[in-house]
Design a protein around this ligand. Structure first.
Ligand SMILES: Cc1ncc(COP(=O)(O)O)c(C=O)c1O
Length: 310
């Protein structure tokens, strides 16, 4: 990974190498952490964090679902994100806030463990590759089902639940595909290992509803808004696996993956990225760069000192 210089940890900016925790930290053993993935873009008017407000609100909601009090206010966290970008002189970056049960107690009752918070930022390019964004990727349905919402709240973004995604990702990677698609316990399409999924059929944009064991993706919400702007009908409904095979277009969305076309599912060709995928991709990237009518409401500009810029 591309290291930066400083990480914000429990209220201070520390050197990258010094942002360490004890091996007996609760979060390491039981996955008792909540986190976010956020991107800042080199927009025309300067470095801008995309949907910072929504990401921090989701972090707070994830923490509250696990009875984890984050010992910082929303404004403290927002300032910390700004500080970590500015001090590292990052023009564009991926930002990873994490709150986790720290060192002090073992066992499954976590409420006596301290809650530690860290925010790191570093340069991280296209998650599914630049070629993936341009030409699309090959995806495969995993044999692992998405964890059901009666097992773990899918609407929280918590560390432990990602073991589910990791199994699916490894399985499909070993089979030679670039991304995994997971079905939920009912056998309907849920999402990608780290993305939400969209299908175009007959001019309509279809995506699984929030009760299909999905994370309520912020990029998903962005794409729904943009589609509505474009007059594309959006339907949130259960999707059968085979609907992916006969789709006109398929793409996935996420902060890391951005808006990435899928050109093949389970060896069924979908074809080149289609016009709706392309249009929404175009609007999405324009929005991140401050070139879309939506940009003003979605971007939070950071003052990055000129001389510090990497
Ligand atoms: C399982 C899963 N679904 C969807 C998403 C996309 O969410 P967002 O667009 O908020 O990054 C992510 C990424 O965080 C994810 O891990």
């Amino acid at each position: 990974m591309q290291e930066a210089e400083k990480i914000w940890m429990n209220g201070s900016l520390v050197n990258w190498a010094d942002a360490q925790i004890h091996v007996l930290s609760h979060g390491l053993h039981y996955g008792s952490s909540v986190f976010e993935g956020i991107r800042a873009y080199a927009a025309d008017q300067g470095t801008a964090v995309f949907h910072l407000h929504e990401h921090l609100r989701r972090l707070q909601r994830s923490a509250s679902m696990y009875y984890m009090p984050i010992p910082y206010t929303f404004e403290d966290l927002r300032q910390a994100v700004h500080d970590v970008i500015a001090v590292n002189g990052l023009r564009e970056c991926y930002i990873r806030p994490i709150a986790f049960r720290g060192y002090g107690t073992m066992g499954l009752f976590p409420l006596d463990a301290p809650v530690d918070v860290a925010i790191a930022a570093w340069e991280w390019g296209a998650y599914l590759g630049d070629d993936g964004l341009k030409d699309g990727i090959r995806a495969k349905t995993s044999t692992w089902r998405r964890i059901g919402s009666s097992t773990i709240p899918a609407t929280a973004k918590a560390g432990g639940q990602y073991l589910n995604s990791i199994l699916a990702k490894i399985e499909t990677h070993k089979a030679g595909y670039q991304e995994a698609i997971l079905l939920n316990e009912s056998g309907y399409v849920a999402d990608g290992s780290g993305e939400n999924i969209f299908v175009v059929r007959g001019g309509q944009l279809l995506t699984p509803p929030v009760n299909a064991s999905i994370l309520e993706g912020i990029t998903r919400a962005t794409i729904i808004e943009l589609a509505k702007d474009e007059g594309i009908p959006v339907v949130e409904r259960e999707l059968a696996r085979a609907e992916l095979y006969i789709a006109d277009e398929v793409f996935v969305t996420g902060t890391a993956a951005e808006v990435c076309p899928i050109n093949e599912v389970d060896d069924h060709p979908i074809g080149e990225p289609g016009p709706i995928t392309r249009r929404l991709q175009e609007r999405f990237f324009a929005a991140t760069l401050g070139r879309d009518p939506r940009s003003a409401e979605w971007l939070d500009y950071v003052a990055v000192p000129e001389q510090a810029q990497r």
